[in-house]
Design a protein around this ligand. Structure first.
Ligand SMILES: Cc1ncc(COP(=O)(O)O)c(C=O)c1O
Length: 292
């Protein structure tokens, strides 16, 4: 578990030289006490830059990071960008594992930061496993997206800044993914403010973790996750129909399986007239000739 001291140590390490001190702005000055922390203005555009710098610089201090072997991470998102950026600034090589389905724009940006990008597997878990294996074999320092003390403490410097800028803040609301940002800010607050974690209903990982179980994929995510993210609905429908079986028109239902019974005679339509003729013929045969 990290404490406020870890956050203060991270602040010493990264502030000024490595990351921006982002502004907190009042949403509606004078009428509301709601503030926003503008972390989108952070270097590389993501708050994860704080944790990435803290992990890399701490690694150099403790010699757990060999500058020749560099760092490795698994993320096609913000953590990948942050680590690639921080490694380039510090001057160590970075290898980033992403799934094959990672958006091309993200891969291009990682390469722009000088990272070696490895695309492995269709799901994040496969890219993650490959990154761990790479770390073991190549001796690169693994930088997790959220689950390491230095990463969480680095993110926690946001909480320190909030409490310095707005000392009487009573509640800090934090978006949760893996929980690193929340853990860091809660450590920084150290009881000085209430810290509220907010997570998506469909991916309740923190709730699951607090209940001591792994998060289960929400049923509403099942069908979407089965196909690659970039595939359109139309492509999906076309794929489901095998090429050798062209679309067939729906067969018209046969109107009547058998001829319906006439409601009057309980005979098939057309049978009633036939029956009348037959009856007439029989009567004619039986009646005496003079009455015909
Ligand atoms: C913008 C933003 N907010 C919040 C989070 C959650 O951070 P954590 O994974 O540390 O909980 C993320 C994670 O990627 C993020 O990108």
């Amino acid at each position: 578990m990290i404490t406020r001291d870890d956050v203060l140590a991270a602040q010493q390490r990264i502030h000024g030289r490595r990351v921006r001190r982002t502004p907190g702005i009042a949403v509606d000055p004078g009428t509301s006490n709601l503030w926003l922390k503008c972390e989108f203005l952070q270097l590389a555009g993501v708050f994860k830059t704080r944790g990435a710098f803290n992990r890399i610089l701490a690694g150099l201090e403790t010699r757990t990071l060999d500058p020749a072997r560099g760092i490795v991470t698994a993320s096609g998102g913000n953590a990948g960008l942050a680590n690639a950026y921080a490694a380039a600034q510090v001057g160590v090589p970075a290898t980033v594992f992403v799934p094959e389905t990672a958006p091309a724009v993200k891969v291009a940006r990682l390469r722009k930061y000088g990272a070696a990008v490895q695309q492995v597997g269709r799901e994040y878990a496969e890219a993650y496993a490959a990154a761990i294996e790479f770390s073991d074999h190549a001796g690169a320092l693994f930088c997790h997206a959220y689950d390491q003390p230095e990463i969480a403490a680095g993110a926690g410097t946001i909480g320190e800044e909030i409490l310095t800028d707005i000392p009487d803040v009573d509640t800090i609301v934090v978006a949760v993914g893996g929980g690193g940002l929340f853990a860091g800010i809660a450590a920084a607050a150290g009881g000085r403010a209430r810290v509220v974690a907010v997570e998506p209903v469909l991916i309740p990982t923190l709730h699951a973790a607090l209940q001591g179980r792994a998060a289960r994929r929400h049923p509403r995510l099942w069908s979407r996750r089965r196909r690659p993210r970039r595939e359109t609905h139309r492509q999906h429908r076309l794929q489901r129909r095998p090429a050798h079986r062209p679309r067939q028109r729906p067969r018209r239902r046969r109107r009547h399986h058998h001829r319906p019974l006439s409601p009057v005679a309980e005979l098939p339509h057309g049978g009633r007239a036939r029956r009348r003729r037959r009856v007439r013929r029989t009567h004619q045969r039986r009646l005496p000739a003079r009455t015909r």
